[in-house]
Design a protein around this ligand. Sequence first.
Ligand code: AMP
Ligand code: GLY
Length: 445
Amino acid sequence: MKLDRPIKVLVIGGGGREHALCWKLAQSPLAEAIYCTPGNGGTAKTPKVSNVNIDVMDFAQLCEFALGSAIDLVVVGPDNPLAGGIVDFLSNKGLKVFGPTKESSRLEWSKAYAKDFMSAHGIPTARYAVCNSFEMGAEIVAESPWARVVKVDGLALGKGVFVCQTDEEVLEALSHIFHKQRFGQAGEKVILEERLHGLEVSLLAFCDGRRLVPLIPSQDHKQRFSDDRGPNTGGMGAYAPAEFYGHCQADVESKVLEPIQQALEAGDLVYQGILYVGLMLTRQSCPNDNPEVPPGPYQPYVLEFNARFGDPETQAILPLMTSDLLPVLWACTEGALNKVKIEWSSLCSCCVVACAKDYPEGISSGEPIVVGALPDEVIVYHAGTKLTDGQLVTNGGRVLALTGLGSSMDLARERAYQALKAISFAGMDYRQDIGKRASHACQLG
Ligand code: AMP
Ligand code: GLY
């Protein structure tokens, strides 16, 4: 069914990604009204958008609201409701939902399953082994000097990955998971992986069950502190386009996207929504480090799949999409991606996350937020914010995401950082180097 009349949309979630989705969908002449559950202080102020205070895991109440409000399309933002089966639940009640089912989103909620999927379909990924006890993990480490990355199998808010340098660090991470049981059920199974070095790219693709259409490539900054120091987080900033992806695009298409496409065609993968492919582009180093011998070409490896839009990648990507997003999401649910246009501006974007001082361990709550005057080329997406008696206050770990736009990455970056000077809340912190890698990475080509 073609989308030929204005519709009501429900966006599920309340982070920066969902604010960006609401912001973009609200620009569509085909969006009559948008509801966001639970939303945040930013979605509350977005034209056409209303917040509805329902928890993302309360499927029964979400369903009652959607049916009662004659919602035409539900768009699911976060991973938890997907892994909990929200798409199955709402679809069974007759609602049209953008996003994969519980079984399909297993590519995200079980890293062991994702690795097996990649092995079965010949998709390049780092060597790995699976263990389910500290002892078993220690045995693998003793026999496999390549095992340097430790990942809990289940969902862990981006905190369940330990990239280690030594066996001792690997054992410490295993002890954290198995002895201290920091991750509960998600950590009952653990993947030990070879450590890869290279350039990371987040490649998101729309998927309508039959075909994949990639969005522009972007790059996240996972570590908490500048110069990639500190623990992994959900993401401290992102930029788009990640131009160095061009060095590898043909290989990614043939070695990664094509096998996924074949799996869709063969019915080995049933998938509708966004498929987020986290890639590492590695470059074989010169034999014996001989500077006379140029390094080999980039090779793509898949680090992870996510079954949803990335956060903060979405806040960097969507401002560059010139087409209407709503018909594209609709087309995904109709198996009709071939019928819609997906076009991009030639601008660059740089998104910097302003977070609580203690993030990712802690959050900020109830601190007043001041947002001064900002230029048109900067968009302020809200993540952990809420309106209390009309006052905007902090309400989470990642609080705001500022996206600067410009004709070059340097300009986009400069605008985002300049704008941060007009923003404040107690304990506000951000990385100083978001987007710096963009020009460096391009030179590596
Ligand atoms: P994941 O959730 O699997 O994408 O892992 C989170 C982050 O950990 C990635 O974005 C990388 O920065 C890092 N990482 C994951 N796997 C590896 C690997 N095999 N080698 C090096 N770094 C990795
Ligand atoms: N920024 C990484 C993610 O959304 O998983």
